[in-house]
Design a protein around this ligand. Structure first.
Ligand code: HEC
Length: 116
């Protein structure tokens, strides 16, 4: 039983472990954060892709988050992505509310906070 459990964990965890930074980096990309951000230290490029209806065309300057953990911690990032907290940088709320699960939000926030 324990073995099956371990095997399942290994299989589920494996794709996340392969990339730099593990699942935080993966959530970042599947949640399309790359439409507005790059994370150069993790080799994640800016990737604006096709515009959405709610895209603000003026805001196409990519914001690199490579050192965001030096400025803010993960609880700030969670609150910021829920639009309950303003940016440390310009005092504005984030453009997009996070659309994934709370768990994914925590994972991506912890990962970003680790980038210093
Ligand atoms: C539509 C564009 C857009 C998308 C999509 C987007 N962001 Fe942002 N984000 C911004 C802009 C612009 C800033 C910098 C200035 C601001 O806060 O308005 C920013 C700032 C941030 C910051 C810095 C917070 C601070 O206090 O300075 C973090 C962390 C962040 N984004 C994470 C994310 C994550 C994670 C995702 C994906 C779930 C994401 N962003 C998706 C536009 C975007």
């Amino acid at each position: 039983m324990v073995r099956i459990l371990l095997l399942t964990m290994l299989l589920l965890g494996f794709p996340a472990v392969v990339g730099f930074g593990g699942d935080g980096a993966e959530v970042f990309q599947t949640q399309k954060c790359t439409k507005c951000h790059s994370v150069e230290v993790a080799s994640i490029p800016f990737n604006p892709g096709e515009p959405d209806e709610d895209d603000d065309e003026d805001e196409k300057e990519p914001v690199d988050l490579s050192k965001i953990g030096a400025a803010v911690d993960s609880s700030h990032i969670v609150a910021f992505l829920n639009r309950k907290e303003v940016s440390h940088d310009n005092g504005k709320k984030h453009k997009k509310k996070f659309k994934g699960t709370d768990e994914e939000l925590q994972v991506v926030a912890d990962w970003l906070a680790s980038l210093k």
